[in-house]
Design a protein around this ligand. Structure first.
Ligand SMILES: Nc1ncnc2c1ncn2[C@@H]1O[C@H](COP(=O)(O)OP(=O)(O)OP(=O)(O)O)[C@@H](O)[C@H]1O
Ligand SMILES: [Mg+2]
Length: 346
């Protein structure tokens, strides 16, 4: 394991428009760092530059303090796992996992020992003599991870490794990856656009937007104290409600003057049917039942702004559609953002 430090890293392709705009990021030794952000924001390009598969236009990459920016991929001590795991169809699992090591000239005994060790940690031992077509999607993905583990890299790079799997397999593999990280103590940089994956796997998360990093921090810290509107709206499903300050006056308490946007997460809102003039009156338009909770899609009376409330089902059930509800919020947790989108201290 090793520390990865990215300094002023930038990349633009042919047309000169930067797709990664000078990013700085340090991944501590043994840390599980997740890069997350919307499609096209530059996550894969960043990872590919760290792997050496793409040349940066500016900036440097250090692994354990050594500048590897100009080194060939094989000489950086990194191993990358892709979304399309591209196993050799005619080779067994064992041969697939050992292929890179044999190419690098390792002795057959050493290759076998490493393959068996990795297979044990990934529960692939019973499958070592199978071919990829005889495996499930999750098993194939484990082989691809095994192929990275046997190389004993300083840094693991994962680019959306679970997005080809169905939901339940993804959940299972998520658990296995977290466990693997604990066991290996490896430094991992993991790219995803799935915020649940980011929140559950990352010790820290870097939120990307349009080629830049908006904020880096522990998952819950980002969820509770997002630095700006982008991060606030990106993490959380359904996303945070945003209201003009004047509307949210009663919910948010005293707010600074100027154009302020108030942010309230759906789970921080409570509703009552009886008129409560200190609350925010809304009309209930639609109910989505998720089983354990329901999402109440509402509109602010008069203004028409959409508001979503995440509601327990409750012993008395939910109100009928088109009813007026009065909303209250946990004032301590309501956030406010200035006109530039930055979080206001309170
Ligand atoms: N080889 C290339 N030539 C030109 N443009 C490219 C090239 N590779 C990527 N891009 C552009 O760079 C931007 C960032 O791409 P990148 O693959 O890093 O995004 P991403 O964050 O990984 O997105 P996704 O979540 O969809 O995988 C995109 O606008 C993409 O079209
Ligand atoms: Mg990508």
């Amino acid at each position: 394991m090793a520390e990865l430090r990215i300094q002023g890293l930038g990349k633009s392709f042919g047309n000169g428009v930067p797709v990664v705009g000078g990013i700085d990021l340090t991944v501590h030794s043994g840390e599980f760092m997740v890069l997350v952000g919307p499609s096209g924001c530059g996550k894969s390009t960043t990872l590919r530059m760290v792997a050496g598969l793409e040349d940066p236009n500016e900036g440097q990459i250090f692994i354990d303090g050594v500048d590897v920016t100009d080194r060939a991929p094989a000489e950086r001590g990194v191993a990358m796992v892709f979304q399309s795991y591209a196993l050799y169809p005619h080779m067994t699992v064992a041969a697939n996992m050992g292929f890179g090591l044999r190419m690098a000239g390792l002795k057959p005994d050493d290759v076998e020992a490493r393959v068996h060790r990795a297979a044990r940690s990934l529960q692939l031992e019973p499958l070592l003599q199978r071919r990829p077509r005889e495996l499930s999607g999750g098993q194939r993905q484990r082989v691809a991870i095994g192929r990275a583990i046997v190389r004993e890299p300083k840094v693991f790079l994962f680019d959306e490794p679970l997005s080809n799997l169905d939901a339940s397999l993804r959940t299972q593999m998520r658990g296995e990856l977290a466990e693997l990280h604990q066991r290996l103590g490896a430094t991992i940089v993991y790219v995803t656009h799935d915020q649940v994956e980011a929140m559950t796997l990352g010790q820290r998360i870097a939120i990307f937007n349009a080629g830049r990093i908006e904020q880096v921090g522990a998952p819950l810290a980002l969820y509770e104290r997002p630095a700006n509107l982008f991060v606030a709206g990106f993490l959380g499903s359904p996303r945070m409600n945003f209201l003009p300050a004047a509307l949210a006056e009663g919910l948010a308490g005293s707010l600074p003057s100027g154009t302020v946007t108030v942010g309230i997460r759906p789970e921080q809102l409570r509703w009552v049917i009886a008129e409560d003039t200190s609350g925010l009156p809304v009309r209930l338009d639609r109910i989505e039942h998720l089983g354990d909770v329901a999402l109440l899609h509402c509109q602010v009376l008069g203004g028409g702004e959409p508001v979503i409330v995440k509601s327990a089902l409750g012993p008395t059930g939910l109100p009928p559609l088109q009813h007026t509800l009065w909303l209250q919020a946990d004032r301590g947790r309501v956030l406010a953002f200035d006109s530039a989108g930055g979080l206001l201290a309170r």
